[in-house]
Design a protein around this ligand. Sequence first.
Ligand code: ZN
Length: 131
Amino acid sequence: MYDRLRREISYVEGLLEGSTTGNNPDAKALIRLIGVVDELVEATQKLDTRQAELEEYAEAIDEDLNDLELLFYDDEDDDNYLITCPECGEDVAVDLDDLEDDEIDLLCPNCHTTLTIEDASDAEEIEKLEV
Ligand SMILES: [Zn+2]
């Protein structure tokens, strides 16, 4: 596409140079104009190249993100672990995402006791609070 545009520009430039009226204002304006068009073509081609690179990059990121999502969701069940409610003995699933916090509170779905895990790295450390 850009090669064709450049050929067109060269052709028009050739026509203008061959013209005997090269010094009249119309011809001068045309020559200036063709110079502007030439710069625009060059700028557009650079943008086009950059755009293509960005698209490629975004696709690569998208693919990586997809891989991560697959990994995350595949492992989610394995990464969740169960703690046992000290009140009723119900097993409560803990999401590893939540464990990145220093302290998490969760409710036993069975008896609604608040379970506080203060140290996320130690799941044994469960404290029963009054509801
Ligand atoms: Zn419970």
